[in-house]
Design a protein around this ligand. Structure first.
Ligand SMILES: *Cc1c(COP(=O)(O)O)cnc(C)c1O
Length: 393
């Protein structure tokens, strides 16, 4: 990692960590249960195309996304395998679903009838509601489930449910998960007994995969754990698997300046220097997805292995850091907002805690403006990719 080409603010993807996480998570599952990574929201901010390409290269042949456009983007970039859209697609897009061979989730029987009326043969998976009460037909409503199977244009490739407990480190969470699993499989068995074909069934997201892998069925719809995090730090620590963060978030230091004790800095002068202060300007802001909640010392960056607190209000494109105690810092240095510097590390879970949210939100809100690149890429390769207009960046 000597050749840095990154100009302003960027994401580095540790592909070795991604491979490690894939292996560890796959090892938890039954041999006939495959990973179906969630690459929605730009692969939780990591970059859907570079992540999905790498996963394809590792032999993974199933993905889930939230929207049809996310699915189309994967196909346009040559991603292979089943792509399941977890959420709503307007029925007017039925031709696109067919053209790009995307699998649409059936939200309920009314939605199935609307999609069926489009006269396109479409692959679908049926969402069964076992308690989350978000999407899906109730597991108790066999009549409506049968109406879905009766739709001639819909080719059912699977059925799935979603766990409402997101912390399965707790016994109560696991008990609820197992109850949902029983309800789901009972319904699947009843439908099969009525003669309906359901090729694939699945239940688990990250927490379920880590703590109840046995009920997985055919796919583990893994998101946050694949990226080497869990929603909050306690869950990450108790995952029972060594999950390695894939993403680092970095920005350039553009300027260093000294202000005198008593001077203010930034919008509204919310920072007022209590001592003569050295300020570094980092070229990243909330427009890049750095949460504005980290303003005024709530968050920090790492520079040259030391902590530089955020001072004043985070701006859309820039952030001020207090580097008074890091005298060696010079313009062109790199500030690490998520990731390692020397012996120190800031994880997405740390940032989430400071911002009062979960790591999933921090990561998925990292904006498209950030460059995204696998860490092994050299400056020359990067220039070639840029010239080729690769969306992998
Ligand atoms: C986002 C999502 C997942 C992945 O969740 P993680 O907790 O990030 O693993 C799985 N299933 C559904 C239905 C989802 O919406």
């Amino acid at each position: 990692m000597t050749e840095f080409y990154q100009g302003r603010a960027w994401i580095e993807l540790d592909i070795t960590a991604l491979r490690h996480n894939v292996e560890r998570l796959q090892a938890l599952l039954n041999p006939d249960c495959a990973l179906m990574p969630a690459v929605k929201a730009n692969a939780y901010g990591h970059g859907a195309i570079p992540i999905a390409k790498e996963l394809n290269a590792l032999g993974i042949r199933a993905f889930c996304v939230a929207s049809i456009l996310e699915g189309v983007e994967l196909r346009q970039n040559g991603i292979l395998g089943e792509i399941l859209i977890l959420g709503y697609t307007h029925p007017q897009y039925a031709p696109l679903l067919a053209q790009y061979r995307l699998t649409q989730t059936i939200l309920d029987h009314t939605y199935a009838l609307a999609l069926n009326a489009c006269k396109q043969t479409i692959d679908v998976q049926i969402k069964i509601d076992t308690g989350m009460h978000r999407l899906g037909t109730s597991y108790q409503n066999l009549a409506e489930l049968q109406q879905i199977f009766a739709c001639r244009q819909l080719r059912v490739t699977g059925a799935y449910t979603h766990l409402y407990e997101d912390d399965l480190t707790l016994p109560t969470g696991r008990a609820a998960a197992l109850a949902q699993g029983r309800a789901f499989y009972q319904t699947v068995d009843r439908l099969k007994a009525l003669g309906y074909r359901i090729p694939k069934v699945h239940i688990l997201a990250s927490s379920g995969l880590l703590h109840c892998p046995g009920i997985g069925g055919d796919y583990g719809r893994v998101g946050i754990a694949l990226y080497g995090q869990m929603p909050v730090k306690a869950q990450w620590k108790s995952a029972g698997v060594d999950l390695r963060p894939v993403l680092s978030l970095k920005a350039r230091i553009s300027l260093i300046r000294d202000i005198a004790k008593g001077d203010g800095a930034g919008y509204g002068h919310q920072f007022v220097a209590r001592r003569d202060t050295k300020i570094a300007v980092a070229t990243i802001g909330y427009g890049d997805g750095l949460p504005r909640r980290l303003s005024n010392g709530v968050g920090a960056a790492l520079i040259r292995g030391q902590t530089a607190p955020i001072i004043g209000r985070i701006c859309m494109d820039q952030t001020l850091l207090d580097v008074t105690d890091i005298p060696a810092v010079v313009p062109g240095d790199i500030a690490v907002f998520i990731g390692k510097s020397g012996s120190k590390e800031i994880t997405a879970c740390d940032v989430a805690e400071q911002a009062g949210t979960i790591s999933n939100e921090i990561l998925s809100c990292l904006s498209h403006r950030l460059e995204r690149t696998p860490v092994q890429t050299t400056a020359r390769q990067h220039a070639q990719l840029l010239a080729a207009g690769s969306s992998a960046l």
